[in-house]
Design a protein around this ligand. Sequence first.
Ligand code: ISL
Ligand code: CA
Length: 558
Amino acid sequence: MRHTWYKDAVVYQIYPRSFQDSNGDGIGDLQGIINRLPYLAQLGITIIWLSPIYQSPNDDGGYDISDYCAIQKEFGTMAIYDEFLNRTHQLGMKVIMDLVVNHTSDEHPWFIASKQEQPNQYHNYYFWRKTQSAHQTPNNWSSFFGGSAWKYDADKKQHFLHLFSPKQPDLNWGYPPVREEIKKMMRFWLDKGIDGFRCDVITIISKKPGLPNGRFRLVLKGFEHYANGPHVHDYLQELHRDVLSHYDVMTVGEATFIDAKTALTYVAEDRKELDMVIHFDHMNVDSISNKWLIVPWHVKKLKKILAHWQYEMIRGGGWNCLYFENHDQPRSLSRFGNTETYRVQSGKLLATYLLTQQGTPFIYQGQEIGMENYPFQSFDDFIDVEARRIYTLGKRVLHLSDEFLFKTLSYMSRDNARTPMQWDSSVNAGFTTGHPWMKVHPNYPDVNVEKEINNPDSIWNFYRQLIALRKDQPTLIYGSFQLFLKNHPHLVVYQRLLEEDIILVLMNFSTRIIDIRLPRSVTQTRWQLLVSNYAQPSELPRRMQPYEVLILKKKSNA
Ligand code: ISL
Ligand code: CA
């Protein structure tokens, strides 16, 4: 297997609006990020992924871009960005930028121009369609954020397609000038010296010509006509050939509802498309068919999914992107851990699962200190565009009960991930001296970076220890993967193997003491303890404590 820097890396995702404010306006900014770079270096991070910092009306947290080559005013200036990039490189870290090119903002000059009377040069940049009337949509496709994917423009008297919010019109990738614009923009950033891209919803950029009606589905009608659409591989190969291959960079593509086999058609090395994909299979473990239909999750299912991706990527010459959190997902500690009795142990267990599989781990800001879901008080606390739209749809169209809607949104809303970073126990958690754009989680006096760093037994110090461990144990990075006890309802046990070296990872995902019976190949090996989250002798356990973790290494014969 080819060894390369992005495989050795640990990525840290920053959601700039909520990371660190430097000027008291209540909004995180680039100068704030610069001030915190030493913190990230101290943690052992080697790549920073910046969620969008481009000029944007901010309808969807900056994922609605009105100028790809300008910095959002409240985040700073291009000069500060350049300084951020330089300083990050000086500290030995790399930077990947969010590439949001399935759609632009409706305030992007291309879209504004495309609304003009025809013929106009920009008409084909987007999907404009005429129908009989304003009420008749061109097809039955639905938006990811609820409702129809079409909006009528009263001046132009046509509908345009928006798979996300109505302020995010989809770009028409089938029209070659669009692709040329995107390549030009990518070169603009690459020539500055950035180290790659996280490509937003990249698997849906190619829509089936004719935009046919979707078959009946409860949600997301039309999906089959653009997910892994007809020309997506051509487009990605074109970007690779014309742009990416000229730089030493990495790419990770966000891929909604992709299976591992299909993922390989994007990431297998000979494809020359992407380096990794962000899949959603394990994020769907607690819902059915749609993230809002929430069901209890089971360890057995979670490990089965994750192991499947381990085996498939290893078999097919791909590379995994490992994550439990990002700016779209609830906090993993609240979701998969135990915030009541085993906060620290379960936080460390999740760190272990993230950092000991094959693939590049992505840590989302605050995950390393065990930030939790927000204790919402009322519907007004939900401010994300997706939550607002789902609320309206649930209430007005589906007539769902307040109780159900509140419970569902509290659990799954993206707002959970976007509360300000908790730095210390001063007012507003040290995020801002002003009025924060979003409420700070009330647990900040207990859960904050300063406390975590100073406590040697903290979740933060455990993340740091594991990140360091990966650097000295190539087996944790490049080793193959083998799952044991695959049907056990509480334990997750696997080994990583590189030549003669074996590392064994054991985790108890429950609040109970669990007896463990390991296969003979394991019991007959002599192990030494590398890491644990309990004070614990270095031998193979017969039982595991609640949320206990053990990382063991095969003793060498010498
Ligand atoms: O929130 C979701 C995950 O459960 C999805 O519906 C999400 O919108 C989808 O994964 C796409 O996400 C990306 O593109 C969106 C943006 O809102 C998200 O923040 C971004 O990560 C549109 O640009
Ligand atoms: Ca600010």
